[in-house]
Design a binder for this molecule. Structure first.
Ligand code: SF4
Length: 353
């Protein structure tokens, strides 16, 4: 272990379960060794939730529309109304996609779209009730920016909108669209998305109405280490108030558009941030590794450096499958290859075995 006295004192504080301050988190991110942080994160995982298992879940993302008014710098998915590739799926088409997922073993649906101001409340309620009546499945959906602009477009205050969506079948919400929750970064990457305070406020309202979910960070663009810590601190403060985040997932930016500055995040740098997430977010038990982005080898290592979940195999036809985890069997094999016992769970982190 380190000979740096400041780091040594921080490691001791971590071993005694002390809460890290933002300044301490920054010292760790800038100066600690990734292996030492990984070891501390593995010990924290063992103490909090055990370390002889890892979990996965089975869901399908359905992108119900790609029309979006937000214009994030990194996004290649968005289309303008009338564009050749613009689409809005009908409720029947969404049900059809859910049926395909059901046949592949997925019992949960994740609805995610662009911010399409032309869709009315009936459209969203129709999607939810069609899925619920057909499958009775858990439905996760609608990021904070989708909810913010949906409320404006349909003319309802946010709490009423959330209540209507919940009554129609919405079960949980993602913390998607967070990227880096710092004004400077958002001004550069996604100035029209929610501000950090809006993001936290919208999710707090959802959590208060019983719609819990996840949170994430997407790094590897223009952020500084200090801004990574600011992001984690906002998530931790929100969780202190709501207890609504079941899990946290660190992602890295993937190159989508030519103009967007993606930094290459080396594998050990990803693992270091992942380990820090386990240590800094002392109020979120479940930490997921993005195997789809990093690949199975790093995924297996991450399960021994603080992470305990590999999320879901990719069940869509049109997305990256280069890492080959596209079935439940492959997800279980990956976990077993890491020397751990696979456990299937649902979006709410109820373990099904
Ligand atoms: S809000 Fe989502 S879909 Fe719209 S531009 Fe941003 S990332 Fe793309």
């Amino acid at each position: 272990m380190t000979k740096d006295p400041e780091l040594s004192a921080l490691y001791q504080k971590i071993e005694q379960n002390g809460r890290l301050s933002p300044a301490e988190g920054l010292v760790l991110l800038e100066r600690a060794s990734w292996l030492e942080l990984g070891q501390l994160a593995a010990e924290r995982r063992k103490a909090r939730i055990g370390d002889d298992w890892a979990s996965y879940t089975m869901f399908r993302i359905i992108n119900y529309t790609n029309i979006c008014s937000i214009d994030c710098a990194f996004c290649s998915f968005k289309q303008k109304p009338g564009d050749q590739r613009a689409y809005v799926l009908s409720a029947e088409e969404v049900v059809q996609k859910a049926q395909e997922a059901h046949e592949k073993g997925a019992d949960q649906i994740f609805l995610q779209g662009g911010v399409n101001l032309e869709l009315g409340l009936d459209y969203y309620l129709g999607l939810l009730s069609a899925l619920k009546s057909r499958f009775g499945c858990h439905i996760r959906g609608f990021s904070p920016v989708e909810l913010r602009d949906m409320a404006k477009a349909v003319g309802l205050p946010l709490p009423r909108l959330v209540g209507e969506l919940k009554a129609a079948g919405l079960d949980s919400v993602p913390g998607a669209g967070a990227e880096i929750l710092v004004e400077r970064v958002r001004d550069l990457l996604s100035p029209n998305k929610c501000s950090p305070e809006e993001w936290a406020g919208i999710l707090s309202e959802c959590h208060a109405q019983g719609l819990k979910g996840s949170a994430n960070i997407v790094f590897g663009s223009v952020e500084t280490p200090k801004e990574v810590i600011e992001h984690l601190d906002l998530v931790r403060r929100t969780q202190d108030q709501t207890q609504g985040f079941n899990s946290f997932i660190p992602w890295t930016f993937q190159p989508q558009t030519k103009d967007f500055p993606v930094q290459k995040v080396l594998h050990h740098q990803y693992l270091k941030v992942l380990a820090l997430c386990r240590l800094y977010l002392d109020n979120i038990d479940q930490l997921e590794v993005s195997v789809m982005v990093l690949g199975p080898e790093i995924g297996k290592l991450a399960l021994h450096m603080g992470a305990n979940d590999i999320s879901s195999p990719v069940l869509e036809e049109n997305v990256l499958r280069s890492f080959g985890v596209s079935s439940e069997e492959q997800a279980r094999k990956l976990i077993e290859a890491a020397g751990l016992r696979p456990r299937r769970r649902d979006f709410s982190y109820r373990f099904l075995e």
